[in-house]
Design a protein around this ligand. Structure first.
Ligand code: PLP
Length: 447
């Protein structure tokens, strides 16, 4: 594949676009956090809810491609992409142009009440690219958690069954239903009981399927009482966990045998991130419902629940949303799909292979602290010996101008924009290697 060129842009977009491309990246010009960042954080800590987790003290003000500039003018190489959201990079000119054009003609017109053309266009595109061979129909909403909620409701509505299965380590969101399915950290459930009844968790992987058949279905609740199984084909927040090769085919078979719907949560792994439209396609498995959000609209809020048409038996009024399928988000999604299909999906596979190959030697080089390097496409996880080490590596990356995010217990994840160039990947590899080496030295010195 040819190297990605910097996107060409309309003049007005370049003016609005922001970072100074003449400067290198990363380019850290103050201590971190810098003086203006510290000032801003003080204001934030006075007015903003303390419940937001906040990974490190960055105050971003501009983005361009895989570069983020903070309030003090520091330039970071962004391998987090707003938790796998900025799929086409920050402020891709095609996306900005689509948003601007749509905003100038129609900002909002409740899709629940009117036939919004751009909503149906997104649904038609999702039908074309969905990992489902039979016809589909789509419900659009504003976030991943809302897509999960929609799937929970449709699964119950269609099957007339109540119970649901999810996996330990899963993250499906923070609204009540989605939070109940989430099984990655107990703190997400703390003080919120009672949660939604009828949700059963089993371990992620083949052991969980054995447990479902041998323990849950036999001793706790018959399979015929289950509406759906929710699964991430690669666990995201749980630590970028790639399952055993036969797990998803076995899960499909289990669902088929018991008339249970398979809901494929691709909110983090979908939209081309793994080098295919959907991660589940690496295992040649077709779900009944697929969920997308995050990268679908390059940063504008949009979620999608795409279901086999024959499941959409719910009548008018059974589900809806005031803002869901907002025209501006839909326009961004159409531009995003074009870009991903045009070049970024193939690029994700190539850059992902480059990053994985570059990181695998870390396991041997730093055997004291690095346990595993894994992933598919631009969904890469590096597992460390402890949560403290993963946190220290995240901070060491930040201090060097590389943004990464911890996940699971002891994993650092990388999910850069699919527009990442070979050169940017090389810089990221180098910085990550430096950060891991520095933390390894610190650990050794402390021993
Ligand atoms: C796999 C998965 N499902 C659901 C969600 C929830 O998405 P949102 O934060 O947009 O509600 C997330 C968010 O991280 C996710 O990774």
């Amino acid at each position: 594949m040819t190297e990605l060129a910097r996107p060409t842009a309309k003049a007005s977009v370049v003016e609005a676009g922001p970072t100074n491309q003449a400067r290198p990246v990363p380019d850290i010009v103050t201590e971190l956090p810098g003086p203006r960042a510290r000032e801003h954080i003080a204001i934030d800590e006075r007015y903003v809810t303390p419940s937001l987790p906040r990974a490190y003290k960055i105050v971003p003000v501009r983005g361009d491609g895989v570069v983020i500039e903070d309030i003090d003018g520091n330039r970071f190489l962004d391998f987090a992409a707003g938790i796998a959201v900025n799929s086409t990079g920050h402020a891709h000119p095609d996306v900005v142009a689509a948003i601007t054009e749509q905003a100038a003609s129609l900002l909002h017109c409740a899709s629940s009440d009117y036939y919004l053309p751009v909503y149906a266009e997104v649904a038609r595109e999702l039908d074309r690219i969905a990992p489902i061979d039979t016809p589909t129909r789509t419900f659009l909403c504003n976030s991943g958690a809302e897509a999960v909620e929609a799937a929970m409701k449709l699964a119950r509505h269609h099957t007339g069954r109540q119970n649901l299965v999810a996996f330990l380590g899963a993250f499906h969101g923070r609204t009540y239903g989605a939070m109940t399915l989430t099984g990655s950290k107990a703190k997400y459930h703390a003080h919120y009981s009672p949660l939604l009844p009828g949700v059963y968790h089993v371990p992620y992987g083949n052991a969980g399927l054995d447990e479902l058949e041998q323990r849950v279905f036999r001793r706790l609740m018959p399979a015929s009482e289950f509406a759906a199984v929710f699964v991430e084909p690669i666990q995201g927040e749980g630590g970028y966990v790639v399952p055993e090769p036969d797990f998803l085919p076995r899960l499909r078979d289990l669902c088929d045998r018991h008339g249970i719907l398979l809901v494929d949560d691709e909110i983090q792994s979908g939209m081309g991130r793994t080098g295919r439209w959907w991660a589940i396609q690496h295992w040649d498995v077709q779900p009944d419902i697929v969920l997308a959000a995050k990268g679908i609209a390059s940063g504008l809020p949009l979620g999608a629940m795409v279901a086999r048409s024959e499941l959409m038996t719910w009548p008018a009024g059974a589900h809806g949303s005031t803002f869901g399928g907002n025209p501006v988000s839909c326009a961004a999604a159409l531009a995003t799909i074009r870009l991903i299909e045009g070049v970024f999906m193939a690029n994700a596979a190539e850059r992902g292979a480059q990053l994985l190959d570059g990181m695998r030697p870390l396991v041997r080089r730093h055997e004291r602290i690095v346990r595993d390097v894994r992933g598919l496409g631009l969904m890469i996880g590096v597992e460390f010996d402890s949560a403290a080490t993963a946190d220290a590596v995240q901070e060491a990356c930040f201090q060097r101008g590389l943004l990464v995010l911890t996940a699971g217990e002891n994993v650092v994840r990388m999910s850069p924009a699919l527009s990442l160039t070979r050169e940017e990947a090389t810089i990221g590899l180098d910085l990550f290697g430096q950060a891991v080496a520095a933390v390894d030295r610190e650990v050794q010195a402390a021993d």
